[in-house]
Write a protein that binds this ligand. Structure first.
Ligand SMILES: Nc1ncnc2c1ncn2[C@@H]1O[C@H](COP(=O)(O)OP(=O)(O)O)[C@@H](O)[C@H]1O
Ligand SMILES: [Mg+2]
Length: 389
């Protein structure tokens, strides 16, 4: 009998460092592309580790662990920005494709490096100064006017590490318990009218796409809602913001998603808040609202595949985060949400519910902003245990 020869189909293997919800949603996007995902997770129960089949539990700051993990991966990418750049440089020197690479990633790790580079590029930033102690922070406030913002240069997220300092009396607060190697950058307080974000995706061969600009709402430093496209943005402003994102991605040599968080003043002027180099919370709307999601495009970019269409499917898409509230039984709460709104899209991250923690998001889309926003807010509030809001 003549048998068929044994054929092994070549597949891409993408190693993701970090097991949060971003890795989980990248994994979701990898399935239709036939990509093998390997995960280096902080623990066996973190969000992505409970769904990915090839999981290594280990410390992403340990060189041997990361080296061993990278062996056999076509490319390494990230769920978070905390892997030390020395380690990534070493991987690159040993022929591992690290995307985004350490030269770019440092701008998302360190807010001082980012501010200095953005200023050198002529990109709009708040007035800022690195300050060594409370006296220098006070001098900065006296120069630019109170209040001021003080931020830790590294390690902050969801508003942790961002302090609004109203007067000299509070100037010691940001220095309390500061970790070694972390600096404080003082920034002019921007009395913004709203916050915006633009996501661009760039591949190693230089192809790049920009998603429509989103309006983003933060409460207590945490993103709670995005509206895409951002309402009341002129074509000129939209194009200028998209070009800014594309230019930064090009200048920094970013591969994958670059999110540029922006503050918009009442007169329309924009100022850069910070950069992220990974899929970003303000791009979750794209899973349902764009032809190609940020997760699909991130994977395409790190594999140097042609990028997909970032444009919207509907006139307006709203994403609302589900933050941990009084509801622990999220699956049962879905009964109400889905019965009420069959078009609702929900992503639950499989995380334990803790107060204020991002445990999922909902997305709605349609023609009318008020209606779309009301539906998203109702569902998210219900899932958070605030059904009357
Ligand atoms: N210079 C500033 N002026 C006014 N508000 C700011 C300034 N910088 C940051 N913020 C507010 O703090 C939030 C968190 O700051 P950000 O640097 O993005 O920290 P994180 O890394 O925690 O996201 C921003 O989304 C914005 O609402
Ligand atoms: Mg931020």
């Amino acid at each position: 009998m003549v048998g068929f020869p044994h054929v092994t189909t070549r597949r891409f293997t993408v190693g993701i460092i970090g097991g949060g919800q971003l890795a989980r949603m990248m994994y979701e996007a990898s399935i239709p592309l036939g990509i093998d995902v390997r995960l280096l997770a902080e623990g066996p129960d973190v969000s992505a580790a409970t769904v990915v089949h090839d999981v290594t539990v280990g410390d992403y700051t340990d060189p041997e662990t990361v080296r061993r993990f990278a062996t056999g991966c076509d490319v390494i990418t990230f769920d978070h920005e905390h892997v030390p750049t020395d380690l990534l440089h070493e991987l690159e020197a040993n022929g591992v494709a690290v995307r985004p690479g350490p030269e770019a990633l440092v701008h998302a790790q360190d807010k001082v490096v980012m501010r200095e580079r953005m200023t050198a590029l002529g990109a709009p930033c708040p007035v800022f100064r690195v300050v060594a102690d409370a006296a220098e922070l006070t001098a900065f406030g006296d120069d630019v006017g109170w209040p001021v913002i003080a931020k830790t240069s590294r390690g902050g997220y969801d508003g942790k590490g961002v302090f609004k300092i109203d007067s000299a009396a509070e100037a010691a607060v940001p220095f309390d318990g500061l970790r070694p190697g972390v600096r404080i950058v003082a920034e002019e307080f921007i009395d913004f009218a709203r916050e915006l974000s633009v996501l661009v995706v760039r591949s190693p061969s230089g192809q790049a796409v920009a998603y429509p600009v989103s309006e983003t709402l933060q409460q207590g430093g945490i993103c709670v809602e995005t509206i895409t496209p951002a309402p009341d943005l002129s074509d000129a402003q939209r194009i200028a913001i998209e070009q800014l994102g594309l230019r930064i991605a090009h200048e920094l040599g970013v591969v994958g998603v670059l999110a540029v968080e922006l503050m918009q003043r009442a007169d329309g002027q924009i100022v850069i808040n910070e950069l992220a180099m990974r899929p970003h919370n303000t791009g979750h709307w794209s899973i349902d609202g764009a032809h190609t999601s940020q997760f699909g495009n991130h994977l395409r970019a790190v594999l140097d595949l042609p990028l997909g269409d970032p444009t919207t499917r509907a006139p307006v898409t709203v994403m609302t985060n589900v933050l941990g509230g009084s509801v622990e039984d999220l699956p049962s709460a879905l009964l109400h949400c889905f019965a009420r709104d069959p078009k609702l899209r929900v992503e639950l991250y499989g995380k334990e519910v803790k107060p204020g923690r991002k445990v999922g998001h909902v997305t709605t889309y349609g023609n009318d902003l008020r209606d779309v926003r009301r539906r998203a807010r109702h569902a998210a509030n219900y899932l958070m245990g605030n059904p009357d809001e």
